[in-house]
Ligand binder design. Structure first.
Ligand code: HEC
Length: 108
């Protein structure tokens, strides 16, 4: 009977342990990732977040838009600042890296 409880415990606890950030989280692991994981994967996949790029204003606007139109809850100010700072740092807009335009002399 003792073992029975142990098996039940392992069966219920291990999926929770496997889901903690750092093991299988889709976010870049750095300060703030646990907050983003906690607040931002309840309604949609992490991919919706990580496929976007922007600065702090962009991320804050996105949060406000979800709060106004998608039922996102109010996030405590200090946590919100950390989330925005994390996203603006790790999911910032990037240069495209295209070559410079051709000189007019090279155009037909
Ligand atoms: C209460 C539910 C909910 C939570 C929690 C939530 N979102 Fe969303 N979010 C949505 C919905 C709904 C959409 C629209 C999905 C669609 O386009 O089908 C969305 C879309 C987005 C988009 C795409 C916006 C676009 O222009 O296409 C981004 C980026 C995003 N969320 C980021 C976040 C971040 C960052 C967090 C955590 C701070 C978060 N979401 C938490 C509901 C939520």
């Amino acid at each position: 009977m003792k073992y029975c409880w142990a098996i039940i415990l392992v069966a219920f606890v291990s999926p929770v342990v496997a889901d903690t950030p750092g093991s299988g989280s889709q976010f870049i692991q750095a300060a703030g990732a646990d907050l983003v994981q906690g607040h931002c994967t309840a309604c949609h996949s992490a991919l919706i977040v990580t496929s976007q790029r922007g600065d702090a204003a962009f991320w804050l606007n996105t949060i406000r838009w979800m709060q106004k139109t998608q039922n996102l809850w109010a996030i405590p100010a200090q946590q919100e600042q950390q989330i925005v700072a994390y996203l603006a740092k790790h999911y910032a807009e990037q240069e495209w890296g295209r070559r410079p335009q051709l000189s007019p002399l090279l155009l037909p």
